[in-house]
Design a protein around this ligand. Structure first.
Ligand SMILES: Cc1cc2nc3c(=O)[nH]c(=O)nc-3n(C[C@H](O)[C@H](O)[C@H](O)COP(=O)(O)OP(=O)(O)OC[C@H]3O[C@@H](n4cnc5c(N)ncnc54)[C@H](O)[C@@H]3O)c2cc1C
Length: 473
């Protein structure tokens, strides 16, 4: 495909990956390129979604982005919305491990402490655990070289306490799975930094310093992450991209030198020379007629609560807390895996909520089992979430304080290199010629990974002149 010839590009999936890829294709393809986007749901945005709770907007899906790499900020600047970027409050977050609530050591990667001997690390790990982790720098590279999972590598190099009290809860909170199912390469940037530095602690420090150079590890948007997807959708309109919602693509097949996109009844929805599959792995496998993966995704549920409760004014767990799941960190009567104190984390949201009103997000679900709230009615979920929030925050929250609740179930994709229940890793899905695959199951969880990958994929598909963008993959 030359850059000059007229061609059609179809993007399947209207989450942030698909929206970004469609914009990139329309921008670099120029007038000779016709771009269309087909989204199965009745709205664009995918796992970025805003709800209104007690009159205050709240992200019920992704709520922040990692600043690593600068790719998200770059896109926001191009869209003219960089002024909307807001930092989270510097309150830190906590880990609930058994009966203990401890501050999460600042700016570790996947829970790996960058400063194992800091006061926070010593509190979280105890002195023996801290010293054990600090000694990791002195271990030769061969220690852990045969490890088959992130859990094994962390246990061998940093010790059991780091695994159970820090890495386990953080990985569960972010990836909805256990570190025994992940490899080092599942955590964006970590494998490369570890290969360079030969120490997990030094690698975590390097990634931390990179993040602080970017102004902090994560950031959000003043009115929530839908500001990004709304801006992308608006720009697609200006660029002449035909975006359709409520249109599910069931499969694609070769017809007359192009790809025909078909619905479940075999009707042709679109035809294009290049196809971007910006859908979850399960859908991509269906569309390409590939066998299903063992465990491509897991279910999670986010329950958001609005509470009028002055005891929360002091933000007792900072911006929120992660709950340890196994071993040393056995959970005591808490079904949730994480809680975000939204109004403590995002000052703008607190201003909107007004004095006394607090918004909490309580998350459920881990790989291999449905969320503890699945299938339950609102009254039961409200009871469970209030109980969990009370235990996590160390504050008795009463149903009378509740001013509203919204809940939504999501599917999270297993990151690249993740293992299924039987311990096997599915062979990666191959993209046939003229197609590209994007999304967090391809490039790693989170907007900082999927946005640069979506842009690079669009360029790859168009064979654009390699002037600036391809190195961002
Ligand atoms: C609860 C939760 C919290 C999160 N928090 C954060 C966070 O704070 N920071 C962060 O960086 N990341 C976070 N993430 C991850 C982040 O949301 C995702 O990495 C990102 O949104 C993925 O975007 P995507 O476009 O690749 O996929 P999706 O958003 O899943 O989009 C895929 C789209 O494809 C559509 N589709 C599926 N099948 C078909 C079909 N057959 N035909 C047409 N369309 C189809 C779907 O309807 C969907 O709209 C979170 C995720 C969840 C679930």
């Amino acid at each position: 495909m030359s850059a000059e010839r007229s061609r059609r590009i179809a993007v399947i999936g209207g989450g942030v990956s698909g929206l970004t890829a469609a914009r990139e294709a329309a921008l670099i393809g120029g007038s000779g390129t016709e771009v269309s986007l087909l989204e199965a749901a009745d709205r664009l945005g995918g796992r970025i979604r805003r709800e209104t709770l007690a009159g205050v907007p709240i992200d019920i899906g992704a709520e922040a982005f990692a600043t690593r790499g600068g790719g998200v900020a770059e896109l926001l600047a191009e869209l003219g919305i960089e002024a909307e970027i807001v930092p989270p409050a510097k309150l830190g977050s906590w880990v609930i491990a058994g009966a203990r609530a401890v501050r999460l050591p600042a700016a570790g990667t996947a829970g790996i402490p960058a400063e194992p001997l800091s006061r926070e690390s010593r509190r979280a790990l105890g002195l023996p655990g801290s010293v054990r982790a600090a000694a990791e720098r002195l271990l030769p590279r061969r220690v852990g070289a045969r490890s088959e999972s992130l859990a094994e590598l962390v246990r061998v190099r940093l010790g059991r306490r780091v695994l159970e009290r820090l890495v386990g809860p953080v990985v569960l909170g972010v990836h909805s799975t256990d570190p025994s199912r992940l490899t080092l390469s599942s955590i964006p940037g970590l494998a490369q930094a570890y290969a360079r530095r030969g120490s997990l602690v030094v690698a975590a420090r390097e990634l931390r310093d990179g993040a602080s150079a970017a102004g902090g590890a994560v950031a959000g948007l003043r009115d929530g992450m839908t500001t990004l997807t709304d801006a992308l959708a608006a720009e697609l309109g200006r660029l002449g991209v035909k975006a359709r919602t409520g249109v599910a693509v069931e499969r694609i097949e070769r017809r007359a030198g192009a790809w025909a996109l078909l619905d479940a009844e075999g009707r042709e929805l679109d035809r294009a020379e290049g196809v971007v599959l910006a859908v979850p792995e399960e859908a991509a496998r269906t569309v390409l007629g590939a066998p299903a993966a063992e465990e491509a995704s897991s279910r999670v549920e986010v329950v958001a609560l609005a509470l009028e409760e002055p005891l929360l004014d002091s933000a007792p767990r900072g911006t929120g807390a992660l709950v340890a799941g196994t071993g040393d960190g056995v959970r005591r009567g808490i079904a949730a895996k994480a809680l975000t104190h939204v109004t403590a984390k995002w000052p703008e949201r607190a201003r909107r909520a007004g004095s006394g009103l607090h918004l909490l997000r309580v998350s459920y679900g881990r790989a291999g089992s449905p969320p503890e709230t699945a299938g339950l009615g609102d009254a039961a979920v409200q009871r469970i979430a209030l109980n969990d929030a009370s235990r996590i925050l160390g504050v008795e929250l009463r149903a009378e304080s509740l001013r509203g609740m919204v809940r939504r179930e999501w599917r999270t994709n297993a990151p690249p290199g993740a293992r299924g229940r039987e311990g096997s890793v599915d062979p990666p899905l191959a993209a046939p010629p003229g197609t590209v695959l994007i999304g967090d199951w391809v490039s790693g969880t989170g907007l900082a990974s999927v946005i640069p990958a979506a842009r690079a994929a669009a360029r790859q598909l168009l064979h654009a002149p390699n002037d600036e963008g391809t190195s961002r993959t």
